[in-house]
Design a binder for this molecule. Structure first.
Ligand SMILES: *Cc1c(COP(=O)(O)O)cnc(C)c1O
Length: 405
C-alpha cells in the first residue's frame, strides 16, 4: 500500500500544503479534529503581534493595528467557509459561550415557546448549555434520537439545536432538510459547526439557517483554546437580543454610557475585550484554509478516509465502523467501536500514531486534509493492523486512563 500511497501523494493537488505546517518528526497526526496542527506562519505572526503591536505599539495598536476590528475581520474570513456573508459572522468567546448567547437570543425571539430540541449524545457542552438555561427558567430541554427529530418539531419547540457533524460518529445531518422542517414548525435552528468548519462545505445561507456556532481550534487550526465564532442570519440582526450584554457589544462602547444599547448587526454578540493574541493565531489558520479552499479540503478528506478503509481491508482488519460508510454522509473522521478502544488508542500513540478515544468504546481517527498525507494513512493502517494482530494493546501501560483523553 505504501507505493500506492506515495503515488497518490505525488498526484495530490494539496501535497505542498503539508510543508506549511509544523509537524513533529515521527508522528502521524490523526487528531486534527480535536486540536488542529500548527501552521508555520503562526509563530512569526505571533512574534509580530507580541513584539511589534503589543510591545512597541502598546495601547495605540487598538487603532493602528486595528485590534478593535479583529472579531469582525476574522469572522468575515470564516464566512466563505460556511456559506455566510462576512457581516454575519463574528469571532469571539468560546463555542460554549456563543451557544449560551444564541440559545438565549433565539428563545427571546419565540414568545410562548420554551423547548430547545436536540439529540441525546450531542456534544456535552451543547446539552449542558441548554440545561443551564433550563435551570434559569428560560428553556425546556427536549432530547429525541436523531431519526425522530423531524417528528418531534411541534408548536412548543422554540429552537432546534444540532451539531452538524457528530463528534463521535462523524455522521452529518441534512442541514437543508432539517432547517426547512424546523421552520415549517415555527422553530428556529442553531447549528454547531465545530466538526464541519474547515473540513466540509457548509451552506448556512443556502439552507436558510438562523444561527450557528463553531470552533476555532479544530479544522481551522487556530491553536489551543482559540476563539470560536458565531453566525446570525442578517434577517435576525435587528431582533437579536443576547443576555451577555457586555460593553464590547454596545453600540458605542467608548461613550461609557450607563445604559446598554446593542451594537448593529453581529457586533452585538460581542461581550468583553477581544483576545487579540488568540485572534491573531486563528486568523493565520483561517487564511490557510481559505487559500486551499473548502471544496478541495473536503475532496481530499473523503479520499483519505476511503483510502484508510481500503488499507484496513487489504490488511485483513475487521473493525466495527460506526461512521457512515458513505463518505458524503460523514465529516472528516472515521470512528470504530471496540471494547478495548482506549488501550488500542494508547498503543497507537506509543507508535507515534495520534488519534483519540471517545468514551466508552470509540477509537476516533481524524483525517485533517490540509496536512495528512496518503502515506500517513497507509502507515497508520499498518500500525493499527499490527497493534490488533500482536495484541500489543493488552500491555498494562496502555490501560491507565489519563485526565484528558
Ligand atoms: C469541540 C466542540 C465544542 C467546543 O466547545 P468549547 O467551548 O470550545 O470547549 C463545542 N461543540 C462541539 C460540537 C464540539 O465538537
Amino acid at each position: 500500500m505504501l507505493a500506492e500511497a506515495r503515488a497518490r501523494d505525488a498526484a495530490d493537488p494539496l501535497r505542498d500544503y503539508r510543508a506549511r505546517f509544523d509537524l513533529p518528526q515521527g508522528v502521524i497526526y490523526l487528531d486534527g479534529n480535536s486540536l488542529g496542527a500548527l501552521p508555520k506562519a503562526t509563530a512569526g505572526r505571533m512574534a509580530q503581534v507580541i513584539r511589534g503591536e503589543w510591545g512597541e505599539g502598546l495601547i495605540r495598536s487598538w487603532n493602528s493595528a486595528d485590534w478593535i476590528g479583529m472579531p469582525q475581520r476574522v469572522g468575515g474570513k470564516i464566512a466563505p467557509l460556511i456559506g455566510a456573508a462576512p457581516d454575519e459572522v463574528i469571532a469571539c468567546d468560546s463555542t460554549s459561550v456563543n451557544l449560551f448567547k444564541l440559545i438565549a437570543a433565539a428563545l427571546r425571539m419565540q414568545p410562548g415557546r420554551k423547548v430547545v430540541l436536540s439529540e441525546p449524545g450531542n456534544f456535552p457542552t451543547d446539552l449542558y448549555m441548554i440545561a443551564g438555561l433550563e435551570a434559569q427558567g428560560l428553556a425546556e430541554r427536549r432530547l429525541v434520537p436523531r431519526e425522530r427529530i423531524a417528528g418531534a418539531l411541534d408548536g412548543d419547540v422554540a429552537l432546534l439545536l444540532l451539531t452538524h457533524v457528530h463528534y463521535k460518529t462523524g455522521a452529518v445531518f441534512d442541514m437543508a432538510a432539517l432547517t426547512r422542517a424546523a421552520h415549517e414548525a415555527g422553530a428556529l435552528v442553531l447549528w454547531d459547526l465545530s466538526h464541519s468548519a474547515g473540513a466540509i462545505p457548509v451552506d448556512l445561507n443556502g439552507c436558510g439557517a438562523d444561527f450557528a456556532v463553531g470552533c476555532g481550534y479544530k479544522y481551522l487550526n487556530g491553536g489551543p483554546g482559540a476563539p470560536a465564532f458565531a453566525y446570525a442570519a442578517r434577517r435576525h440582526h435587528e431582533a437579536l437580543e443576547q443576555p451577555l450584554t457586555g460593553w464590547m457589544g454596545h453600540a458605542a462602547p467608548f461613550a461609557f454610557s450607563d445604559d446598554y444599547a446593542p451594537a448593529a448587526g453581529v457586533d452585538r454578540l460581542l461581550t468583553g475585550t477581544p483576545p487579540i493574541l488568540g485572534l491573531a493565531a486563528l486568523e493565520v489558520g483561517i487564511e490557510l484554509a481559505a487559500e486551499i479552499g473548502i471544496e478541495r479540503l473536503a475532496a481530499k478528506s473523503r479520499a483519505l478516509s476511503e483510502f484508510f478503509r481500503t488499507c484496513l481491508d487489504r490488511a485483513g482488519v475487521e473493525l466495527d465502523l460506526v461512521s457512515p460508510a458513505d463518505p458524503e454522509q460523514r465529516g472528516s473522521q472515521l470512528s470504530f467501536r471496540h471494547p478495548e478502544a482506549y488501550a488500542i488508542c494508547q498503543a497507537l500513540i506509543a507508535r507515534g500514531v495520534i488519534g483519540d478515544f471517545r468514551d466508552p468504546d470509540i477509537l476516533r481517527l481524524g483525517f485533517a486534509p490540509a496536512y495528512v498525507s496518503f502515506e500517513d494513512v497507509a502507515q497508520a493502517a499498518q500500525h493499527l493492523a499490527e497493534v490488533l494482530k500482536t495484541g500489543e494493546w493488552q500491555r498494562e501501560e496502555f490501560r491507565e486512563r489519563a485526565a484528558v483523553t
